[in-house]
Write a protein of this length. Sequence first.
Length: 82
Amino acid sequence: MNFIWYILIGLVAGSVAGKLTQGKGFGFWVDLVVGIIGGVLGGWLFGLMGIWVESGSIVGNLVSSTVGAIVLLAVVSLFRKR
């Protein structure tokens, strides 16, 4: 059941990050992947900064996933052809 929550949080985080960084997302599936990878990246970045998100907190996980997805999209946009 936790896996379904990670997918839902990843989808929302990827969608929010896509809207914040470019004004539009990359599409449903790419937003999902970016959100899930962003969740891992966000958790790692928050850990480096000493910010610990409670594992059961949906809002905390959403925030860290969104921050990670924004960072990931910023890096991807550096390598993306215009």
